[in-house]
Design a protein around this ligand. Structure first.
Ligand code: ATP
Ligand code: MG
Length: 577
């Protein structure tokens, strides 16, 4: 492509609303443009990267035996009502009505549609197993679209669905997809870790893994063990037995009311009473589908809402509002406690052991000490309801310590079981002629999010440093002076030869100063730059790799050969980067 014709311009500064490195660089370098919050156009450079990502995903899906299809983005609400998700999906589902006032949704995901297709197409065990996939635009009215392509409201996803006769079959399909994901991220050139995850609203029994790109701006926290291979999303990471069981001083064997004027938070209470936060009992009230429940945990611990929601099987879980707290406890926010509290109590395992605690008194400006679980309040359910802490002992091996890192979720593999096939009536006939529900799995990759994650992992001060497998171009030819006949001829000649050899080349044929050209070239981030300058007279060019500081002079012929060779042997290694 000729840079003089490129349908995009580069910016020296990013718009102020750009909130991460990848967002800023993709805007500045002319890869994407925002149309509305979370809605982006991909300019030619961005489209090229997307297509390369799509190709890698497609190749690996095909290799894994999955068949590509394309389902509609516009989906009848009726299907969503059949699965029960029309209401459950909530405001994230984009809804619309047609001219006859029939309801539709813009697909945020395609379990309903694919299950409806499978119930027609798969009737016998002979058709199993089957895996289908598509690469398609998804719509989600995210509460907080942000970080550019990272969390859009319209974005590109690869979604795959597997159909099996039984759980063993599903296990195999799941493994096949899991392995394909590993290859995809490796080929793209991303540093990605699979972690155990929570099934969330797509739901279903059995395992689920997320593939996380390590990056500081990641919205997820990855917990991994320093000793065994255990790694999980913080939402899911299991809490082990604590070794640091601390009890505060000043605890009483009997209940004793203490005056704590205006002391509401755990920190304030710990300071006021001169005890560690771990001696305090934190009581949090939640609204679970309209019912108020209380969760009790140690003062220095944090509630894990994902675990709580999974335990309660609640569709919606939110912190109770002030009015609900006053109604339930008879006191303002800050004084809730378990003694005499008339709502369901969920007790985190850590405190079920039966020591004395300091808790809220359900009375303005009062707390109580000497609170004993079992004696002073009945423990209805105990469980793991808290976030694990950094450096805490691993629940699996009980040897290593938990390490925390930030990650961006790029892919997700789920075992759905019969969650959709049962309600939608997708069944097959087994060998004995009995009707049985299809066992399903679903597998997503955020293709557009992957583009942002790649920039997050591969950039420097000057711009993007594309991994060669997904770079918009393989080689960037930069003649220093386009007006110089010798330079122009050599550059044009190289350009034509690369195109003829099937290698994506970008030529900076603009009449610009060298400084401007180099800045843009660094910003756009093509892996190889061939500078055609004064040495063109002797048939030489300067080769500079985007990820290395030095450059070298060689003949145009050698440069051509090296680039062709590297591009052909790129497949698994990415040594070019
Ligand atoms: P998140 O927790 O980030 O909202 P999710 O669990 O809702 O993700 P899935 O439903 O599993 O995501 O979707 C599959 C993949 O699609 C995700 O792994 C992610 O890469 C991508 N994805 C999800 N939501 C968005 C979005 N709003 N913008 C861009 N990509 C997204
Ligand atoms: Mg989501």
């Amino acid at each position: 492509m000729r840079q003089s014709r490129l349908f995009a311009q580069t910016y020296r500064e990013a718009p102020t609303e750009a909130d991460t490195t990848s967002h800023r660089l993709l805007l500045r370098a002319g890869f994407i443009r925002q149309l509305a919050a979370g809605v982006y156009a991909y300019l030619p450079l961005g489209r090229r990267v997307l297509r390369k990502l799509e190709s890698i995903v497609r190749e690996e899906m095909d290799r894994a035996g999955a068949q590509e299809l394309l389902m509609p983005a516009m989906q009848p609400a009726k299907l969503w009502q059949e699965s029960g998700r029309y209401a459950a999906y909530g405001p994230e589902l984009m809804r619309l009505n047609d001219r006859h006032d029939r309801e539709f949704a813009l697909g945020p995901t395609h379990e309903e549609v694919v299950t409806a297709l499978a119930r027609e197409e798969i009737y016998s065990y002979r058709k199993l197993p089957a895996i289908v996939y598509q690469i398609q635009t998804k719509f989600r009215d995210e509460r907080r679209p942000r970080f550019g392509l990272m969390r859009g409201r319209e974005f590109l996803m690869k979604d795959a669905y597997s159909f099996d006769a039984d759980s063993e079959g599903l296990e195999q399909s799941y493994r096949t997809m899991y392995d394909a994901y590993g290859r995809i991220f490796q080929r793209v050139g991303l540093n990605v870790r699979p972690v155990e995850a929570d099934p969330g609203t797509i739901g279903g029994e059995g395992g689920t893994h997320e593939f996380m790109a390590l990056a500081d701006i990641g919205e997820d926290t990855i917990v991994s063990c320093s000793h065994c291979g255990y790694a999980a999303n913080l939402e899911k990471a299991e809490a082990g037995t604590l070794t640091d069981v601390t009890r505060g001083n000043g605890l009483a064997p009997e209940l004793e009311k203490i005056h704590t004027p205006n002391v509401r938070t755990i920190d304030e209470l710990a300071a006021f009473l001169q005890v560690p936060a771990s001696a305090l009992l934190k009581t949090m009230l939640y609204d679970a589908d309209g019912t108020i429940v209380a969760i009790l945990l140690r003062g220095d611990h944090e509630v894990n809402e994902t675990k709580l929601q999974a335990h309660l099987q609640a569709a919606q879980l939110t912190l109770a509002d002030e009015a609900a707290v006053i109604r339930a406890t008879g006191a303002p926010v800050g004084f809730a406690g378990p003694v005499g509290l008339n709502v369901s109590l969920l007790v985190d395992r850590t405190i079920a052991a039966g020591e004395e605690w300091i808790a809220g008194a359900n009375e303005r400006d009062y707390h109580v000490r000497g609170v004993k679980p079992g004696r002073d309040f009945s423990v209805e359910a105990t469980g793991d309801f808290r976030n694990v802490g950094e450096e805490e002992r691993c629940a699996r091996c009980e040897e290593g310590a938990y390490l925390f890192r930030k990650g961006i979720e790029l892919g997700h593999v789920f075992k759905l079981g019969t969650k959709y096939s049962e309600p939608l009536g997708a069944a097959y006939l087994d060998k004995e002629g009995r009707k049985r529900p299809l066992m399903m799995g679903c597998y997503g990759i955020g293709v557009s999010r992957m583009m942002a994650a790649a920039v997050e992992q591969h950039h420097d001060e000057a711009g993007i440093v594309w991994p060669s497998a997904i770079a918009p171009f393989c080689v960037h030819i930069v003649p220093i002076s386009i007006k110089d006949e010798v330079q122009r001829t050599l550059a044009e000649n190289l350009y034509e030869r690369f195109l003829a050899a099937g290698i994506d080349a970008l030529i900076d044929d603009r009449d610009e100063r060298a400084g401007v050209k180099f800045k843009d070239s660094d910003l756009i981030g093509v892996p190889v730059r061939l500078v055609v300058g004064k040495q063109a007279a002797s048939g030489e060019v300067e080769m500079k790799l985007r990820n290395l500081p030095d450059s070298m002079t060689l003949t145009a012929e050698d440069a051509f050969k090296i680039v062709c060779d590297k591009m052909r042997n790129r497949e698994s290694t990415d040594e070019f980067l």
